[in-house]
Design a protein around this ligand. Structure first.
Ligand SMILES: [Fe+2]
Ligand SMILES: [Fe+2]
Length: 395
């Protein structure tokens, strides 16, 4: 019996399978339901030879005279596929599937992959609505240490003032290294579905890399030896590295530690005895303000949906305080160096002024911490009590 329905035809002209004929054929088949027939014609000498393996590979059947019968493999393959949310920040879902793994948010994700192992996969735990905006701001605010700082400014400081600056820079490098490692560890644990959070943490790591660079470079600028690093300071920083919970780590590092550093960097910028020190403190301060903003926004977001959060934050401060109770906290050399830096000279009057300025700094730091704790939902009394338990190492 003669088939009364004409079989549609595709003319590949001179195009062979070695140069993309498969694309045209697949496009034509995509319009037809499985089981449909499509006749293939063309002038490429290898057309009939190449068509059979191409069909086998794609799950289509080949009949004589180069007629392709569309198989179901392609449509079967995408059965069970789901959209991984939608592309924009509005498309973030509460619990992205572990098997979505590295798929772009909004992609059609083929089913059947293994779990990806990103354990921070709960919107309530990692997200903050401000993340996309902060990321854009962070990307636009990257600065180049080589050109933003006048490294060859000629000011020579008296040896003891220079030594004080170097001690402060030595301390800063140590703290910045902790501030780099903490977000770096979390970058690899946050589900890539929360893309803007991953991007923001990655830029934060890059920020800290620059801070390490500029403070280390200022420390070594005049060729003198670096300052000291104490066990107490490093033990305090180690407790930040040891905190596995994203929100608690963000609280201890960004809200309390980097929050306290906003005052410290502002102090160094204000009283810096030379322009390079002033510039490096100023540039780091701008970045730190962003790190604090994200930590606060993240915790505000989480506190709103997790009523037990404030209790856990309190415990985190108390636990850290207890762990550090037997350590000295801030290195005496750093404290003294801050006094000398703010004094600017070794006269009794100048040292008295420097000492008062450092006292005022610790008051400002406490005020700032209490303000941020109140913003998270603590009462003024709780905030005062918890701020007082913050590490004497500042970070
Ligand atoms: Fe930093
Ligand atoms: Fe930071």
């Amino acid at each position: 019996m003669k088939d009364t329905l004409a079989t549609p035809t595709i003319d590949l002209e001179g195009l062979g399978f070695d140069r993309g004929a498969g694309l045209l054929l697949e496009r034509a088949l995509a319009l037809l339901p499985p089981g449909s027939r499509l006749e293939v014609v063309g002038r490429d000498p290898a057309l009939s030879v190449d068509l059979a393996p191409w069909c086998r590979h794609r799950g289509h059947r080949l009949e004589p005279a180069n007629v392709v019968v569309k198989g179901a493999a392609e449509s079967d393959r995408w059965m069970g596929a789901v959209r991984a949310g939608a592309p924009g920040p509005d498309g973030v879902v509460d619990r992205p599937d572990s098997t979505w793994g590295l798929a772009a948010r909004g992609a059609l994700v083929e089913a059947g992959a293994s779990p990806s192992g990103f354990d921070l996969d709960d919107r309530g735990v990692v997200w903050a609505d401000i993340a996309p905006r902060l990321y854009a701001q962070a990307a636009a605010s990257q600065w180049d240490p080589a050109t933003e700082i006048s490294w060859d400014a000629a000011e020579e400081l008296p040896a003891e003032i220079e030594a004080a600056v170097v001690q402060v820079m030595t301390y800063l490098v140590e703290n910045e290294q902790a501030a780099l490692v903490v977000p770096a560890r979390f970058v690899g644990r946050v589900h890539p579905h929360f893309r803007e959070v991953v991007q923001l943490l990655a830029v934060q790591v890059a920020d800290e890399a620059r801070h390490i660079e500029v403070f280390a470079r200022r420390a070594a600028l005049r060729g003198g030896p670096l300052g000291v690093s104490t066990t107490g300071g490093r033990t305090s920083l180690q407790t930040l590295l040891d905190e596995p919970d994203f929100s608690l780590a963000s609280f201890l590092l960004s809200v309390l530690g980097e929050g306290t550093f906003l005052n410290l960097l502002s102090f160094i910028e204000t009283y810096a005895p030379d322009s390079v020190t002033r510039q490096v403190a100023h540039l780091a301060l701008q970045d730190e303000a962003r790190h604090v903003a994200f930590g606060l926004a993240h915790l505000e977001h989480r506190a709103a949906i997790d009523l037990g959060l404030l209790g856990r934050l309190r415990l985190a401060i108390e636990r850290r305080h207890d762990a550090l109770a037997s350590t000295a906290g801030l290195n005496q050399d750093v404290f003294d160096a801050l006094v000398v830096l703010a004094a600017g000279a070794w006269t009794p009057d100048a040292i008295a002024t420097g000492y008062e300025r450092v006292q005022a700094l610790t008051v400002d730091m406490d005020d700032g911490r209490r303000r941020r704790l109140v913003r998270l939902g603590f009462t003024a009394d709780e905030a005062a009590e918890l701020s007082a338990l913050h590490t004497r190492n500042f970070m």
